[in-house]
Ligand binder design. Structure first.
Ligand SMILES: *[C@@H]1O[C@H](CO)[C@@H](O)[C@H](O)[C@H]1NC(C)=O
Ligand SMILES: *[C@@H]1O[C@H](CO)[C@@H](O)[C@H](O)[C@H]1NC(C)=O
Ligand SMILES: *[C@@H]1O[C@H](CO)[C@@H](O)[C@H](O)[C@H]1NC(C)=O
Ligand SMILES: *[C@@H]1O[C@H](CO)[C@@H](O)[C@H](O)[C@H]1NC(C)=O
Ligand SMILES: *[C@@H]1O[C@H](CO)[C@@H](O)[C@H](O)[C@H]1NC(C)=O
Length: 436
């Protein structure tokens, strides 16, 4: 179950070179068709060039001519001595693409997502994947907000960009150790991974950044909220530092059967991996169970750094795993709605609109913070920054006629006041692709 719970959380684009198949699975016909063309052309590229090109070797150079943008993996130095290791004890990794031109001293740090593991069993399984071991990690393609092409990523294309790989299963936040069923150790060291990788990046130029942005999607979007103020604190106060959480706003709601399913998943993560240390103190003092403080609604109350929340009102992963997880309904009654929002019945739409209502309610705190930003669209999606198509393209969802990339840029650079938009109810937005 946990392994399956994980897969929808992959931000498919830059996740791995074959990752787009997941996007196709989650997308509906029009989008799927568009993506299929891309997958097809990409697989041709893979055939003609099986070895990833190491773009980090040409750091500082314009690499716009090489396509796709494959960026090699760097393993953290001294990981074992610091105890900053993946679930299986291997060193964690990241992908660094150097900035150029006017972006040479600007830094974007992107935290990868990919679900969580909440039990010894699910963490042991994860340890055998690239989400628990760097032995299985490969080079990745940088697209969407990570792209170095002006046309796809107009505001951040020339920045230094880092994708930090996710291999701890607790949103870069745990600090504990466990024993696998076979007697070997399981390392729950997400927090140390965060600290050690950021320290290494500081030495590689991050410390001299003249502006910075912390981004993450899904479990990485949650990690972004958790570590935002800590990231900010690493820079002198005159350096502009902001955070962007994409699809990290997981709701602490009852599922359609009335169970707090998501709460129980997070309870497992928080307790097994000892996540307490990074949770907001104000929240911890007022509640008996720290799990509550692991949710975005609580986290955002204590964040002091300007933050942008990007999330779909009908987050496709949350509809299928938080609102209507398997087992919360009889038979296959929700399967078709979970796969394609256009197939939901009016009764199911009531539940979906209820989800939207709670999200909008929880976001009131963010609405009240003057330097924050919001892009809450009514499309049926999960993770919108790492794909060309949703981040900035003719098919990108728009609010106030702005693509996600334009809205984030307007907010980051202060080109517009109050970049805070919450979409109307589905199906009101014609810029959502036909599926959504
Ligand atoms: C839920 O069930 C569907 C079909 O029965 C299956 O395809 C899917 O992987 C399951 N999801 C999880 C998270 O177990
Ligand atoms: C993103 O766009 C570039 C060119 O515009 C293309 O080479 C690349 O394959 C695209 N990537 C994805 C995942 O669509
Ligand atoms: C762990 O998560 C699964 C879903 O992936 C859930 O069914 C289970 O109840 C959770 N168990 C614990 C102990 O948190
Ligand atoms: C949605 O409904 C259409 C028409 O009833 C059907 O052909 C299609 O397979 C359904 N899609 C999913 C994902 O169930
Ligand atoms: C929306 O933005 C596009 C450019 O991104 C522009 O061409 C178009 O005129 C705008 N439409 C409206 C209604 O403002």
């Amino acid at each position: 179950m946990a392994a399956e719970l994980r897969s929808p959380l992959l931000p498919p684009g830059p996740q791995r070179r074959r990752g787009l198949a997941l996007a196709v699975a989650a997308a509906a016909p029009l989008l799927a068709l568009l993506l299929a063309v891309v997958v097809f052309s990409r697989s041709l590229l893979t055939v003609s060039s099986p070895e990833p090109v190491d773009l980090t070797l040409v750091a500082g150079a314009r690499v716009a001519s090489s396509s796709p943008e494959i960026v090699e993996l760097t393993l953290l130095a001294g990981a074992r001595e610091k105890g900053a290791v993946c679930l299986d004890g291997s060193p964690p990794g990241y992908h660094l693409q150097r900035g150029f031109g006017s972006g040479a001293h600007s830094w974007l740090v992107y935290l990868q997502g990919g679900g969580w593991c909440n039990t010894t069993e699910s963490c042991s399984e994860r340890k055998m994947t690239e989400f628990g071991s760097s032995k299985l990690m490969e080079a990745v393609e940088f697209t969407g907000i990570l792209s170095n092409r002006h046309q796809e990523n107009p505001d951040f294309y020339d920045w230094n960009k880092v994708m930090v790989r996710y291999c701890d299963g607790a949103s870069f936040s745990g600090d504990a150790e466990g024993v696998d069923r076979d007697g070997t150790k399981l390392y729950y060291r997400g927090l140390r991974i965060w600290e050690a990788i950021l320290d290494e990046l500081m030495g590689l130029g991050l410390a001299q950044a003249n502006q910075a942005l912390l981004v993450g999607c899904s479990a990485g979007g949650l990690a972004t909220l958790i570590h935002c103020d800590n990231f900010r604190a690493r820079f002198p106060h005159q350096v502009p530092v902001k955070c962007l959480s994409d699809a990290g706003f997981f709701l602490d709601i009852k599922d359609i059967s009335g169970e707090r399913f998501m709460r129980s998943v997070c309870h497992g993560v928080v307790h097994l991996q000892n996540v307490r240390k990074v949770l907001p103190k104000d929240c911890l003092t007022k509640t008996k169970d720290p799990t509550e403080c692991f949710f975005a609604a609580e986290l955002i109350k204590s964040i002091n750094t300007p933050t942008f929340i990007l999330n779909s009102e009908y987050d496709s992963w949350q509809i299928g795993n938080v609102l209507a997880p398997n087992g919360s309904y009889p038979g296959q009654s929700w399967s078709s709605c979970k796969a394609d929002i256009r197939n939901c019945s009016s009764k199911q739409f009531n539940a979906l609109h209820g989800f939207r209502k709670k999200l909008v309610q929880d976001l009131k705190v963010a609405e009240g913070k003057s330097d924050w930003g919001l892009f809450i669209d009514s499309c049926f999606s999960h993770c919108q920054t790492p794909f060309n198509i949703s981040w900035h393209s003719p098919f990108s969802p728009r609010l106030g006629n702005k693509t996600i990339s334009e809205a984030v840029g307007d907010w980051y650079f202060g080109r517009r006041h109050a970049v805070k938009q919450i979409d109307c109810k589905y199906p009101c937005n014609p810029t959502c692709s036909s599926s959504s």
